[in-house]
Structure formats: C-alpha cells, structure tokens
Design a protein around this ligand. Structure first.
Ligand SMILES: Nc1nc2c(c(=O)[nH]1)N[C@H]1C(S)=C(S)[C@@H](COP(=O)(O)O)O[C@H]1N2
Ligand SMILES: [Mo]
Length: 212
C-alpha cells in the first residue's frame, strides 16, 4: 500500500511537470512565496541590478522620463494586499504588494488626458502587455517594487514588475522597463496566443484588502 502510494505520488509529479512544460516554456514552483510558480516565456532573463535599473515612460506624455529605482521610491507609495490568480488555476492568497500606483506615475509624467491606452514592455525582450487608460487609472494597478514584504526578487520579475490586482496573473508583466502612453490596446504575449485581452478575475478578488 505504502509503496504504491509513493509510486502514485511520483507519477503524479511527473505528469504535473509535463503539464507545466506544456503550459509554458519555463515553469517551476518557486521555493519561497507559498504557491507561486515561476513563469517565463524565454529561457533565461539576465538579472538587472537594482542600482542599474531604469524605467522609461514615453509616448503621449508631457515629460518623457526615465526613473531609477530611487526615483520610483521617492514617488507616493501604495501598499495593497491582494490574491494572485493565474488563469491556469493556481492562486496565492493575500499577497502584500507595494510600489507606485500607476495613476500616480501617469500624473508624474503628465500623461495626456486624451490618451486611450498604456503599453508595457519587459526587458526579457519578449513579453508585452497593454491596458486601456481606464484600467491603467485604477489605484489597484501598481508599479511594484516590493512584494511579500521585500524587494521584488529576480524570479518574480524584479527589480520592478507590474501588478494588476483585478486581473489574471498574465497581465502582471515581469521585468518591467518600458511604459508607453498611446491610443491602442495592443494584444500582449499571451493574448496573441488566445487569452482574453480583458482579464478580470471576478468580483471576489480584493474584498479583504487593507487600507493603503
Ligand atoms: N515577462 C513576463 N511576465 C510575466 C510572465 C512571463 O512569462 N514573462 N508570465 C505571466 C503569468 S501567466 C503569470 S501567472 C505571472 C507569474 O508570476 P510569477 O512568475 O512571479 O509567479 O507572471 C506573468 N508575467
Ligand atoms: Mo498565469
């Protein structure tokens, strides 16, 4: 009985690994962070030192600006606690996130009130995402410098990632280094491959948030 059980677990793990590989080129459980999986659509992302990191905000803005990590930390800070939900089924409850609320960053560069969309780029060289301006103006969309009460680790997309609280995880682009204010919602990496452009998780997420 015991032996069979162990074999069953081993087979289960092998099947899970194959499912994981089919879902994404790179996919493994992260050793920390209670339930997160590591996702990357490219084999390897060159780590970027916090000291070398920059985020460029361009497009329909009054002031095109390049922010260092220190610049981002000098802007008004927002902290929220929200679940993280991947569309493939795993969910991490009550994750603390902190950084700059996207509307505060858009105000800092003077984003045009007439602009319709915001596009995000990753320094992995492959992944992009977009939001409508109405979505980007939500206060629960963060330019996250911290998660799980520490700096965003490289595996989680640090030094800086996007966190779109009300939407599935694929909107939360990792290794963020470019934001472009424009007029078009351009389908992102997974959206080109069939995922919905509007990725709302549903009304249950974010009920038990803490004041920021
Ligand atoms: N650059 C980049 N960002 C990404 C992804 C990716 O593969 N590359 N995967 C997305 C998906 S589908 C999920 S669920 C989360 C996973 O975040 P994690 O790796 O920190 O668990 O990142 C999102 N952001
Ligand atoms: Mo995901």
């Amino acid at each position: 009985m015991l032996g069979l059980g162990a074999a069953g677990v081993a087979v289960g793990a092998a099947v899970q690994e194959r499912v994981d590989r089919a879902l994404s080129p790179i996919n493994r459980f992260l050793p920390v962070g209670g339930g997160f999986r590591y996702y990357s659509v490219v084999d390897r992302v060159e780590p970027r030192d916090a000291g070398d990191y920059t985020l460029t905000v361009s497009g329909r803005v009054r002031d095109r600006r390049t922010f260092t990590l220190a610049d981002l930390r000098a802007l008004p800070q927002t902290r929220i606690i929200r679940d993280f939900q991947c569309v493939t089924g795993w969910r991490v409850p009550k994750v603390p996130w902190a950084g700059v609320a996207l509307p505060d960053l858009l105000d800092a560069v003077g984003a045009s009130p007439a602009a319709r969309a915001v596009r995000f780029r990753s320094f992995d060289g492959a992944y992009t995402e977009s939001l409508t301006m109405a979505q980007a103006r939500r206060r629960d969309v963060l330019i996250a410098t911290d998660m799980l009460d520490g700096p965003v680790s490289h595996d989680h997309g640090g030094p800086v990632r996007l966190f779109v609280a009300p939407m599935y995880g694929y909107k939360s682009l990792k290794w963020l280094d470019g934001i472009e204010v424009g007029d078009k919602v351009v389908p992102g990496y997974w959206e080109e491959r069939g995922y919905d452009i509007d990725a709302w998780v549903g009304r249950s997420n974010g009920r038990d948030d803490e004041p920021t």
